[in-house]
Design a protein around this ligand. Structure first.
Ligand SMILES: [Ca+2]
Ligand SMILES: [Ca+2]
Ligand SMILES: [Ca+2]
Length: 293
């Protein structure tokens, strides 16, 4: 093999190796080490929380997913996790090989022995909500301080924004749409507990806390004070003599806000669209029912 040809074949190794790194492949070609020196590349892949909408006084965990995308051992890993105003530190969990200490009031300092090429680890850090304003968001940032020279230091930081729950009022009226036009006119009565079994706030997002239910008053009105910073859907359960009327027809002040029916027997189950509930707000979800034909 001529030297020129050898040189070309080595150059071809480099893009192959980079492509493997970009794909996050844990196993590198055998010739990668021979072709060049090894180097770690620690990355904060993702920062999440186990609860999307914590409230004052509650504790939740931030999960920091880290990985060494390089082709060399990282050496000791140090990660600083910020504690913004409105949150405070609690006793850190020291499992899964990580050791965290509280570094003043504004951060955790966490250490892990080393991540070999391709290795992943998850760091869990607890927080307590203390003095954050309901309805605002607070950022948590995790930053790696690498021990060795890295091929890329632009990926050493990751963050998550945490919404602080408050309360809102969700209310409405269930009424009998006698003429079936989707609008409530004078003379169309409310439907009380004889016809409406219950009104429930359904949560489509699993990692949220909230919800609630209510029985309607004799005039069909209902109201729930609910936890916020999440999505809700109002679900109305009524006796099977009813069906929902057409939703969102005409003036919003006097229309029906039910857009979906999930079942008709043994009871009617109809629901509003999903909406985002924010602290201090009031949401009106009215429900028009027609006699089922
Ligand atoms: Ca890096
Ligand atoms: Ca009507
Ligand atoms: Ca409407």
């Amino acid at each position: 093999m001529r030297p020129n040809s050898l040189s070309r074949s080595l150059r071809r190794v480099v893009p192959t190796t980079l492509a493997a790194l970009a794909l996050g492949a844990a196993t590198l070609p055998a010739d990668a080490v021979a072709a060049g020196r090894t180097q770690p590349d620690l990355v904060v892949d993702l920062v999440t929380t186990d609860v999307l909408n914590p409230a004052e006084g509650e504790t939740f965990n931030a999960q920091v997913d880290l990985r060494n995308y390089g082709n060399g051992d990282s050496g000791p890993v140090k990660v600083t996790v910020s504690v913004p105003a409105g949150l405070r530190t609690t006793t850190p969990y020291t499992g899964t090989g990580w050791t965290c200490t509280v570094a003043g009031a504004t951060s955790y300092s966490c250490a892990y022995p080393a991540l070999s090429a391709g290795q992943r680890s998850q760091l869990n850090v607890p927080f307590e909500v203390a003095g954050a304003t309901p309805g605002t968001t607070v950022p948590i940032t995790a930053t790696i301080a690498p021990d060795k020279r890295e091929s890329n230091t632009g990926n050493n930081t990751g963050s998550v924004t945490v919404a602080i729950a408050g309360t809102c009022v969700i209310r409405g009226v269930v009424w009998h749409d006698l003429d079936g036009d989707g609008q409530r006119e004078d003379g169309e009565p409310g439907i009380g507990p004889d016809g409406v079994l219950q009104v429930t706030l359904w949560r489509p997002q699993g990692q949220t806390i909230g919800g609630g239910s209510a029985t309607v008053n004799p005039d069909g009105t209902w109201s729930i004070t609910a936890r916020t910073e999440l999505l809700y859907q109002v679900r109305v359960e009524a006796t099977s003599q009813y069906d929902k009327t057409a939703g969102n027809v005409g003036d919003d002040a006097t229309d029906s806000d039910l857009v979906t029916a999930y079942q008709w027997d043994p009871t009617l189950l109809a629901a509003s669209a999903e909406f985002s509930a924010h602290a201090g707000e009031e949401y009106v979800v009215d429900a028009g029912l027609i006699t089922r034909s």
